[in-house]
Design a protein around this ligand. Structure first.
Ligand SMILES: [Cu+2]
Length: 218
């Protein structure tokens, strides 16, 4: 009899805790999609812009956010992709798909590193523990350029050829939207503005100023 009573008590306790967690999860509602269009001074779509959203209520990156894979390949004597965005703490793989050797480096204050000469089929990796931007180069091939943007939020995306980036799930409420582009004429090549996310979704158009393109820049 005593055993049964304990059982009943435990079931009641479980019900109460389930109810509590349901209440908590419905309080921090998930907002609808946020679509960000990035254009330049002439209204032209800007590709390769990284957009990231930092909710007003601070969000911590979870182990699942760092799962990846995050890959910066070397193929046809070029980095691929040109811009990679990863969450802080992510490990990026650098596979060499070329017949020639590469020596990948970044001298940026954010996560400086060097991967001494390595050849076809070999993958090296680097963990990016600091938010910011790493400009990549190769000691052998001067033309090889790419960027790794490290963000301190799980909510990020990159603009496509039509200058559009979509963030599908966001916490509801006020947030800071950051836009970064390697050629942006602004301190740290980034700008920020306030946005509000809500269930019905939102669209934001961001205009940025780009420095004039030089051969080999992009
Ligand atoms: Cu190289």
């Amino acid at each position: 009899m005593v055993f049964q009573r304990t059982n009943l008590f435990q079931s009641a306790l479980w019900l109460v805790s389930a109810l509590c967690s349901w209440l908590v999860s419905s309080a921090s509602a998930i907002a609808g999609p946020l679509q960000i269009s990035v254009v330049d001074g002439e209204g032209q779509a800007v590709e390769h812009a990284v957009v990231s959203v930092e909710p007003a209520a601070a969000v911590k990156l979870k182990p699942g956010d760092l799962r990846g894979p995050f890959v910066m390949s070397q193929r046809n004597i070029a980095f691929e992709p040109f811009v990679l965005v990863v969450p802080k703490g992510a490990t990026v793989q650098f596979p060499n798909m070329d017949r020639v050797n590469h020596h990948v480096y970044s001298f940026s204050p954010t996560n400086p590193f060097q991967l001494p000469l390595y050849g076809r089929g070999i993958t090296r990796s680097v963990t990016f523990g600091q938010a910011g931007t790493a400009a990549l180069g190769c000691n052998i091939h001067d033309k090889m350029r790419a960027y790794i943007r490290v963000v301190d939020t799980p909510y990020y995306a990159k603009t496509d050829r039509s200058g559009v980036a979509n963030l599908v799930t966001l916490p509801d409420g006020a947030a800071t939207l950051r836009v970064w582009h390697p050629a942006m004429m602004a301190q740290g090549q980034e700008m920020s503005q306030s946005v509000t996310t809500n269930r019905s979704g939102n669209r934001v158009v961001v205009t940025i100023r780009l420095r004039p393109a030089r051969a080999g820049d992009m």
